[in-house]
Design a protein around this ligand. Structure first.
Ligand code: APR
Length: 239
């Protein structure tokens, strides 16, 4: 795997860098992706987009909690990998830097990234389905019910069929439209509106570079596709 001279030059001179990450950035930490490699994740016989849906939340909140509790338990011992650390390093490297992730695992934050725009929420938080009071589960168990209003709690993540957190996409797209270099790392590019961010960057004149072991629907709009694992490929930008 080689980085072209053009990309090296652009990286050296970039002023405003925008990074969009997906599940693949955490793959080398041992976190399974949802799609990719010809596989789709399944939980107790249910495709992940069924168990992670607004409809399932309505129908069977305990089942949704079971799936997210399982994922949180699994994530507890997981550490960031070279890709998370490299991206965290970039926030000091460029005059302007924006990191937008679709991941809910909190690994960018663990690696030292600040001000991460989490488009799909965070698996370590619960929130009340009614008054939206928020509960941090990284420091202990969530209460049985909302301490403010007594209503049920739900994972503070965006499920299929739900809107993104208010303002998150607008802020992300504003940064995408101002960047000169955009990286798209470890996402299948299938889920919108997140997958629209590289399109916004490209339309605004940015150079767009994808990092993924596979081609994706976004590959054709990218100026460069670096076919490889995020940790291995991003480490090449160090030298
Ligand atoms: N490095 C980089 N990319 C990788 C690696 C790796 N080591 N391993 C796998 N990938 C790529 C796969 O080829 C695939 O294109 O990561 C991508 C993972 O795709 P998805 O599982 O679809 O994850 P993502 O794009 O983040 O999904 C978007 O959909 O499931 C919902 O809300 C969930 O945020 C998620 C959203």
């Amino acid at each position: 795997m080689q980085i072209s001279e053009e990309l090296r030059q652009r990286f050296a001179r970039a002023q405003r860098v925008f990074v969009l990450t997906g599940a693949g950035v955490s793959a080398e930490s041992g976190v399974p992706t949802f799609r990719g490699g010809g596989h789709t994740a399944v939980w107790k016989g249910l495709p992940f987009d069924v168990i992670s849906s607004a409809e399932m939340l309505e129908r069977n909140l305990p089942a949704v909690w079971e799936w997210f509790d399982y994922r949180r338990d699994f994530l507890e011992s997981i550490l960031p990998n070279a890709a998370h650390y490299e991206i965290a390093h970039w926030q000091e490297r460029f005059p302007e830097f924006t990191l937008v992730t679709q991941n809910v695992d909190g690994l960018h934050h663990k690696a030292g990234s600040r001000d991460v725009i989490e488009l799909h929420g965070n698996i370590w938080r619960a929130r009340c389905i009614d008054c939206r009071s928020s509960y941090d589960m990284s420091k202990g168990k969530r209460p049985e019910a909302c301490l403010e209003c007594g209503d049920a709690l739900r994972p503070d993540v965006v499920l299929f069929g739900e809107m993104l957190p208010a303002g998150a996409f607008e802020i992300a797209s504003e940064h995408a439209s101002r960047c000169d270099l955009c990286f798209v790392v470890g996402t299948s590019g299938l889920v919108y509106p997140a997958a629209g961010l590289p399109e916004i960057a490209k339309a605004a004149g940015a150079y767009v570079c994808e990092v993924n072991p596979e081609q994706t629907p976004l590959s054709s709009l990218c100026d460069a596709t670096l076919l490889g694992k995020a940790g291995e490929v991003l480490s090449l930008f160090r030298s």
